[in-house]
Design a protein around this ligand. Structure first.
Ligand SMILES: C[S@@+](CC[C@H](N)C(=O)[O-])C[C@H]1O[C@@H](n2cnc3c(N)ncnc32)[C@H](O)[C@@H]1O
Length: 215
């Protein structure tokens, strides 16, 4: 996400101490301690300005939600939203998903959300796509057996690429649709999703579970 530099970024970050995880790697294997009431740990990768993260946390008090974002200007806006809403079960980290093995112990996560990930259309950039097989291997490791990954995008090229990457990497797909809101809005929309939906652009969605490579 390209964003203009924000004025007073540091001050704004400081006001969000209650939801800001500044030392994510120190929580490796201990994330649930942040909110012991939760029975599930969910991660949204690339949460942007955090609309989906906050609304999902609000609707799911049984879960601790983590919003991961690598752009500080978006991350601070996500934190401010959660603070305004007075949410207790959500935290935010400035982090690159590429290093997530250092952040999450094997089997620590119950769920992962990938919403409107950058498509990186050029073939030479395929490894940057968050559904490239190298990323899927990281997710498979961090999710507990039976854990789910929810993926939504407006980009049909990225979606078809992703379906192939999941299938060849030992994931079982369900709830695959190329027009999620055809019969009315389904589930919580992200900031990007609202814009695309308003323009009449269909939204693709799939749910994936890692089942391991074929013997
Ligand atoms: C197109 S935006 C979508 C934002 C939000 N999920 C939505 O649907 O409104 C993609 C976001 O993913 C973030 N992102 C991309 N690659 C990332 C990575 N490797 N680790 C963490 N965040 C990443 C970008 O900075 C950007 O904010």
């Amino acid at each position: 996400m390209r964003m203009r530099k924000l004025k007073h970024l540091t001050d704004r970050q400081q006001r969000c101490q209650a939801v800001w995880i500044q030392d994510p790697e120190a929580h490796w294997g201990h994330w649930p301690d942040l909110y012991p009431e939760a029975t599930e740990l969910w991660l949204e990768i690339g949460c942007g300005k955090g609309k989906f993260t906050a609304l999902t946390a609000e609707a799911n008090p049984q879960a601790l939600l983590l919003g991961m974002e690598r752009v500080p200007e978006a991350h601070v806006m996500a934190m401010e939203k959660a603070m305004e809403m007075g949410l207790q079960n959500v935290r935010y980290l400035i982090y690159d998903a590429q290093k997530m093995d250092k952040c999450f112990a094997p089997g620590e996560l119950d769920g992962i959300f990938l919403n409107f990930s950058d498509p990186w259309p050029a073939t030479r950039h395929a490894r940057r796509r968050l559904t490239h097989r190298d990323f899927l291997a990281r997710y498979a490791k961090a999710l507990k057996p039976g854990g789910k990954l929810w993926f939504k995008t407006d980009n049909t090229g990225l979606f078809e690429f992703s379906v192939k990457e999941f299938e060849r990497s030992g994931w079982k797909l369900s709830e695959v649709t190329r027009d999620l809101h055809a019969d009315g809005v389904v589930g919580i929309m992200t900031g990007y999703e609202e814009k695309f939906h308003a323009q009449g652009i269909p939204i693709c969605r799939l749910v994936a579970q890692y089942v391991g490579a074929e013997p």
